[in-house]
Write a protein that binds this ligand. Structure first.
Ligand code: ADP
Length: 190
């Protein structure tokens, strides 16, 4: 299996690049943001729990996220591997993911971080707000909270993979195809 963590701040383009990666490498996409939005639309208990955190741009508690990821992995047998998008977002989640992978007799091949300056992130999220319908894309306060939460709670996850010798980064600014080809150069060496 090929298991990749795609990392980066909100608006970095993880969703866009994930789509291209899963097509080329035949991987399964595991986006915790997408899974939460699905629960929200279906009105599940989990969706109701997650909503208040998501709407404010804060992180959903680790236990909720980890349980949901475990279920999704179990529901995806016979895959060539996973691209994790928006997960792990805390060190506790990264540790839980390593435990889950070990249980499956597998491991994370590497993390790839998409680097994009804050100013560009805000521009992209505001543009996306016009069509995404996402409450958390709609105003500056929420966008700023998400970027702050990313720096305080999520950036340490990069260090976690760095210590394991699994950290890689690519420039997330430029055309979608140019960024994709930088990503494939890294993936092909994992
Ligand atoms: P973005 O990367 O644009 O911020 P996502 O779609 O990945 O958006 O996530 C949207 C929201 O869902 C987050 O702001 C957070 O509230 C919640 N969420 C998604 N993934 C996680 C996670 N791994 N841990 C905690 N909360 C999460």
């Amino acid at each position: 299996m090929l298991n990749i963590v795609l990392f980066g701040p909100p608006g970095a383009g993880k969703g866009t690049q994930s789509e291209k990666i899963i097509e080329k490498y035949q991987l399964s996409h595991l986006s915790t943001g997408d899974l939460f939005r699905k629960h929200l639309n279906e009105g599940t208990e989990l969706g109701k729990t997650a909503q208040k955190y998501m709407d404010e741009g804060k992180l959903v508690p680790d236990s909720v996220v980890i349980g949901m990821v475990e279920d999704k992995i179990k529901d995806t047998p016979d895959t060539h591997g996973f691209i994790f998008d928006g997960f792990p977002r805390t060190v506790a989640q990264a540790e839980a993911l390593d435990e889950l992978m070990t249980k499956l007799g597998d491991y994370i091949n590497g993390m790839i971080a998409l680097e994009v300056p804050d100013k560009e992130l805000k521009t992209r999220i505001k543009k996306r707000a016009l069509t995404s319908g996402r409450v958390d894309d709609q105003d500056d306060d929420k966008i700023n909270t998400r970027i702050k939460v990313y720096k305080e709670e999520t950036l340490p996850v990069a260090e976690y993979y760095h210590k394991q010798g699994k950290f890689h980064k690519t420039d997330g600014v430029g055309s979608i195809d140019k960024i994709f080809s930088s990503l494939t150069r890294v993936i092909d060496q994992l």
